[in-house]
Design a protein around this ligand. Structure first.
Ligand SMILES: Nc1ncnc2c1ncn2[C@@H]1O[C@H](COP(=O)(O)OP(=O)(O)O)[C@@H](O)[C@H]1O
Ligand SMILES: [Mg+2]
Length: 237
C-alpha cells in the first residue's frame, strides 16, 4: 500500500529541549491514523514539522513520496492542511470569511464553492451561523469551523490537532462521525492527534502512541484500544 505520509527517524529540538527523538511511522493513503499521547508528548510538534513550521534536526518527512522542506507553503503545495490546536480562527471575521480563508490557494472558484457547500453539509450549524462572527461561536462550533477551513484547501492529507479539546462529549461524538464521513466521502488521508485516546483510536485504522517524544507503541486502533497498557495509561480503566 502506498503511504501518503511517511516519517522517518524524525528528531526535533527546541534549543536544549528534545521534543522528538527518532520518530518513525507511516500513514497509508486514504486511512485515518491516530497519534495519541499525553500533554507535552510532542504531538503538535509532529504536525508542525509536517507543515514545515518547525525544522527537524534529523530525519525526513515525505508526503505522497515528496520530501517536505521547512519552507512556508511547501506542505500546502503537497496537499497538506491543518486544523491547529486551539482552532486559531479570526474572531472578528464571519464564519464564512474564515472558511474562505482556507481556500486562498485554490484558484478554481467553482471547486471552492463546491467545497463550501460540502462543509456546510457536514456542519449545518456553520451554515446557520455563516454571517456570525467566529468569536461568538461555542467551542464545538469553532472546532467545526477550524476543520471546515482546513477542508477548504482541498487537501490530500488532513491534520487535526486535538479536535476534542475542551468540547462536550456529545459534540466529540458528532465530530468523530463527521471525521469518518470526510475520510470516506472525500478519500482524504487523516492524521488525528488526540489526548482523547478513546475517541481517536476508535476511529482510526492505525494508531501510534507517543511518549516524551518517542513512539512507544503502534498497531491497529482496535488492538491499541484493547491493550492493557493503553487502558491503564490513557483510558483510566
Ligand atoms: N516553541 C517551543 N519552544 C520550546 N519548547 C517547546 C516549544 N513548543 C513545544 N515545546 C516543548 O516540546 C515538547 C512537546 O510539545 P508539544 O509538541 O506541544 O506536545 P503535545 O502537543 O503532545 O502536547 C514539550 O515539552 C513542550 O514544552
Ligand atoms: Mg499539542
Amino acid at each position: 500500500m502506498s503511504s501518503d505520509l511517511s516519517i522517518n527517524g524524525l528528531s526535533v529540538n527546541y534549543g536544549p529541549v528534545e521534543a522528538l527523538y527518532d520518530v518513525s511511522f507511516d500513514v497509508p493513503r486514504g486511512q485515518i491514523a491516530a497519534l495519541v499521547g499525553s500533554n507535552g508528548a510532542g504531538k503538535s510538534t509532529v504536525l508542525k514539522t509536517i507543515c514545515g513550521l518547525v525544522a527537524p534536526s534529523g530525519g525526513e518527512i515525505r508526503v505522497g513520496g515528496e520530501i517536505v522542506t521547512p519552507r512556508p507553503g511547501d506542505a500546502l503545495k503537497l496537499g497538506v492542511a491543518m486544523s491547529p490546536e486551539g482552532r486559531r480562527l479570526f474572531p472578528r471575521l464571519s464564519v464564512e470569511e474564515n472558511l474562505l480563508m482556507g481556500a486562498y490557494t485554490v484558484s478554481d472558484g467553482a471547486a471552492s464553492r463546491d467545497m463550501l457547500s460540502r462543509v456546510f453539509g457536514y456542519f449545518p450549524r456553520l451554515k446557520e451561523r455563516r454571517r456570525q462572527m467566529a468569536g461568538s461561536l461555542s467551542g464545538g462550533e469553532q472546532q467545526m469551523a477550524a476543520i471546515g477551513r482546513a477542508l477548504m484547501a482541498q487537501p490530500k492529507l488532513l491534520l487535526l490537532d486535538e479536535p476534542s479539546l475542551g468540547i462536550a462529549p456529545i459534540i466529540v461524538a458528532e465530530l468523530g462521525k463527521i471525521i469518518t464521513e470526510i475520510n470516506r466521502d472525500l478519500g482524504m488521508t487523516v492524521l488525528l492527534v488526540e489526548q482523547n485516546a478513546n475517541m481517536a483510536l476508535s476511529l482510526a485504522e492505525t494508531g501510534i502512541v507517543l511518549e516524551t517524544g518517542r513512539v512507544t507503541m503502534s498497531g491497529s486502533g482496535r488492538e491499541l484500544l484493547a491493550s492493557p497498557e493503553i487502558r491503564a495509561a490513557y483510558l483510566g480503566i
